[in-house]
Design a protein around this ligand. Structure first.
Ligand SMILES: [Zn+2]
Length: 315
């Protein structure tokens, strides 16, 4: 299958390398008024360009909080610096996926990699967040998704953000913990909540507008900026009723080779329980129930990687 075209450029973010927090590529703005600390992160995956465009829009349009604090973090800049539109898939990371290392044992362990160094560097920022919006994009063209995690507080934050209209409640990947599931974010007894947004296909022009609109709605939900500041990020996106997909299974490649039975793009609803959708080596994979939704079928199908998630509409 041919890769989707690279419609957007990787913008120059080098002016923001110094930042103002002591952590390279992290800029933070505090208001005089008390309020939550909101963090918006981009480039956790180095080839997901929309987040870089969105953070630049926030910086260039001087979006400042009227209460609390707003921090903007370009995360895997080492991978991003290597982005090459001729081979755009290669710069997701340098050594390993930065969104699979977020558990204390890994972060505090002896292992080192480019991504672990960076995760350790930004960990204090992530731990100080009351609310996190992590900007991502997807391999295949599909409608944007808010990934709110498995907890009720994530569901509530997704509802407050209200955009994009499709919400996926999921628990992550067997290959390792995501930043959005780190520490307090995964504790039902504590308040901090995190959201991950998949803004569409990695290099699609439309992903930039989705990323900026999601930042806008996130800031509005937290009541962190004035209406005049919000307006600098464009009008509110058209209201769409939110629908929620609850993930029931994360299918991880076992022995492989893993092959889907069709060219699934994501969000297909498979009507009949027991439909064959893939084979992992000689193991068939059937849908476990009627009206099973396929979420983000992957083209990265090595052993241990998430091949697809299965879920159902619950709202
Ligand atoms: Zn990503």
């Amino acid at each position: 299958m041919r890769d989707p075209p690279v419609e957007i450029a990787a913008p120059d973010i080098s002016a923001h390398r110094p930042g103002n927090t002591g952590i390279p590529y992290v800029t933070s703005f505090a208001s005089d008024r008390a309020g939550p600390h909101a963090v918006i992160s981009a480039l956790v995956h180095g080839n997901e360009l929309c987040g870089a465009h969105a953070l630049l829009a926030l910086l260039e349009r001087e979006v400042r909080p009227c209460r609390g604090r707003l921090s903007l973090a370009f995360v895997n800049t080492l991978a991003y610096e290597r982005f090459d539109p001729a081979s755009p898939k290669l710069t997701r990371y340098v050594d390993e996926d930065l969104n699979r290392v977020w558990d204390p044992a890994t972060l505090e362990g002896p292992r080192r990699s480019a991504e672990l160094d960076r995760a350790r560097e930004i960990r204090p920022l992530i731990e100080s967040a009351d609310a996190l919006l992590d900007l991502h994009s997807m391999q295949l063209p599909a409608p944007p998704l808010l990934l709110c995690g498995p907890l009720a507080k994530g569901r509530r934050l997704a509802e407050a953000i209200g955009y994009p209209g499709l919400v996926v409640a999921d628990a992550g990947h067997r290959a390792g913990a995501r930043m959005r599931d780190f520490g307090a974010f995964a504790d039902p007894a504590s308040a901090p909540a995190a959201m991950l947004v998949e803004c569409g296909q990695h290099w699609a022009h439309s992903s930039v507008a989705v990323a900026i609109a999601t930042c806008r709605q996130f800031l509005a939900a937290l009541d962190l900026v004035t209406p005049a500041t919000l307006a600098r990020l464009g009008p509110a996106p058209a209201a769409e009723p939110q629908r929620v997909i609850e993930v029931t299974h994360a299918i991880t490649v076992d022995g492989g080779p893993f092959q889907f039975t069709a060219d699934f793009q994501g969000l297909e609803v498979i009507a009949e329980r027991g439909t064959l959708i893939a084979r992992d080596g000689d193991q068939p994979l059937h849908t476990p129930y009627d009206d099973c939704v396929l979420i983000m079928p992957s083209r990265r199908l090595g052993p241990g990687q998430t091949a697809v998630r299965l879920g159902r509409f619950v709202a």
